[in-house]
Write a protein that binds this ligand. Structure first.
Ligand code: TNX
Length: 550
């Protein structure tokens, strides 16, 4: 063969090897959780490169912050130093562009449109929250290794097409019980990061219970210093200073999450009674096992009024109550709510109100009515577990349904709105099956399929779509003390609750979802989530797909 021809052939081969060989792409079959409302695929590829910049419509500090958030998400794995810059025009080829488009009313306050061509990724929304959710979708369209914090091999390709997406419910949340076991600021931030990646927008913090008081109250300091000094099993417990709580609130706000603080009243209150004897009316009926654990305490066990009770480290419920016949108790409630309202920008304070089994019914009703007046005076609205339906509710109140259809229905009859947290379906602390390492099973065993297969709008007759603000999955912590244990119970079920809250009920189907979830394992692993590998899910081995699949 002629040398020239040979050189030409070698050159052609090496050139074609250099040319990008894109895998066939189909935006419509991407593995997105929660599932978007609509996807149109155009079968091309956008590539994120060293040169890519994130541009945002000029004059928006919030978009600038979101651009930086996205750059921070990517830069660890790509090793790029993706820049963020303002622009007044649509940017040139190879870039990402954020813009607010007020007139696109179909998107509502949280929706977004992600339009991907081979040249440009354009993310638009009416409000910054929508941009945040579009960013979460964009993360999931990149290979799972984008979640790594160390530099990974590219290419960083995204399938082209258009996604238009918005949530079904305005309230999509999880509750973390930091009272039974305490979880520190860094743990809660990780939980916020994880739930926000699935477009949840509420984190309800269960800040007090019999076993621990977890928030500093300056006018009643012993609540935290003494009431917060232990936890289930007798460990050292802990509490958030108000500065730490404010830091958490800000961290959550930056991820479009509202923190709902709960002080559980008038039951579940032993940690306060142990801190201030005057709150103890001496009416506690110590049920078997209730106040026996901390025998080193010389304190009264609860039957003598005005004396502090012993700290409690067991797991019984429903045996303690605030003394309600004394006006001083309402000054206590007012002080706590005033301080909490001052550091909580969200509109709601949660009264708890559950399982007040040793509070007289009439006292309970008077208490909830007065609580509502107190939080209203501090500019907030009341939420409580469904038992608050016994009090005078109206359309400004929210009842959280967990167990009793009767109370849920009563709340609706009184005009209140409802959050759906049915224990049989949505309790993250329920075991998956009888072999689960952690969790309880008083309501049900909840396998990953059961957790997904229900519709908030049809679960309880009399609680209709228009009565429901949304879905919340509570994670009670009697049996879990570490983040690994939190993750084992929360994941993968939490992804299903996120989808129930976000995606239209008519588009949800377990057989299709379980395939998406199975392929998602590589991403869960990249996020270092210790999820439960349920046999109901066709998991795709992360190692075999790490470099080829999303
Ligand atoms: C019931 S749900 C409780 C909690 C427990 C939980 C354990 C609710 C409002 N009260 O006090 O931690 O069960 O699953």
């Amino acid at each position: 063969m002629n040398v020239r021809i040979l050189v030409a052939i070698v050159l052609m081969i090496s050139l074609s090897a250099c040319k990008k060989s894109h895998a066939p792409t189909d935006l419509a079959t991407e593995n997105l959780i929660p599932k978007p409302v609509s996807i149109t695929a155009t079968h091309g590829v956008f590539e994120l490169t060293q040169e890519t910049k994130i541009y945002y419509q000029s004059e928006s500090a919030e978009l600038q912050q979101l651009g930086q958030y996205l750059a921070d998400q990517f830069n660890g794995a790509t090793g790029f130093a993706t820049g963020v810059a303002a622009t007044s025009d649509e940017p040139g080829s190879g870039n990402i562009y954020f813009a607010l488009v007020e007139r696109d009313t179909d998107l509502g306050d949280e929706g977004y449109q992600l339009s991907i061509t081979e040249d440009l990724v354009t993310l638009t929304a009416r409000k910054p929250a929508g941009i945040f959710y579009g960013i979460q979708t964009l993360r999931q369209l990149l290979p799972a290794r984008i979640e790594s914090t160390t530099t990974q091999q590219g290419p960083w390709e995204i399938s082209t097409g258009t996604i238009r997406d918005y949530p079904t419910y305005a309230w999509r949340g999880s509750m973390l019980d930091v009272a039974r076991h305490f979880f520190g600021v860094e743990d809660v931030k990780r939980y916020i990061d994880l739930i926000s990646a699935y477009k949840m927008n509420v984190l309800h913090l269960h800040l007090s219970d019999d076993q621990g008081w977890r928030i500093e109250i300056k006018s009643w300091p012993k609540l935290a210093t003494h009431g917060g000094s232990t936890q289930v099993g007798g460990g050292k417990g802990g509490y958030y200073t108000q500065e730490q709580y404010k830091d958490l609130v800000k961290y959550a706000q930056d991820r479009y999450i509202t923190i709902i603080p709960e002080i559980d009243l008038p039951g579940h209150i032993n940690s306060a009674l142990a801190s201030y004897g005057e709150l103890n009316g001496g009416t506690i009926v110590p049920i078997e096992g209730a106040v026996k654990v901390d025998v080193s305490q010389k304190a009264d066990l609860g039957k003598k009024e005005n004396l502090p009770t012993a700290l409690y480290t067991g797991t019984e419920v429903g045996w303690s109550t605030l003394r309600l016949e004394k006006e001083a108790t309402f000054r206590f409630v007012d002080d706590v709510m005033r301080e909490l309202a001052a550091i909580t920008p969200g509109p709601y304070l949660h009264v708890g109100g559950d399982e007040a089994h040793v509070t007289k019914k009439q006292d309970y009703i008077v208490f909830i009515n007065r609580f509502k007046e107190i939080v209203t005076a501090h500019g907030k609205k009341m939420i409580g577990w469904e038992e608050i339906a016994q009090a005078n509710l109206d359309s400004t109140d929210i009842a959280q349904h967990w167990s009793s259809q009767k109370y849920g229905q009563l709340a609706v009859e009184k005009g209140a709105k409802v959050i759906m947290s049915p224990a049989k379906k949505a309790y993250l602390d329920m075991q998956y099956d009888s072999t689960s390492k952690f969790g309880l099973h008083w309501a049900a065993y909840i396998e990953v399929d059961s957790a997904y297969r229900w519709d908030p709008a049809t679960l309880v007759s009399g609680i209709e779509r228009e009565n429901i603000v949304g879905v919340e999955a509570p994670l009670w912590s009697e049996t879990i003390a570490t983040m690994d244990e939190v993750e084992y119970l929360a994941f993968p079920r939490l992804l299903g609750y996120a989808e129930i809250g976000w995606s239209p009920a008519a588009s949800r189907n377990w057989d299709e979802y379980k395939v998406r979830l199975g392929k998602h394992s590589v991403r869960l692993k990249a996020l270092n989530i210790d999820y439960y590998p349920s046999t109901f899910v066709p998991w795709v081995n992360a190692d075999s797909v790490a470099n080829t699949s999303k």
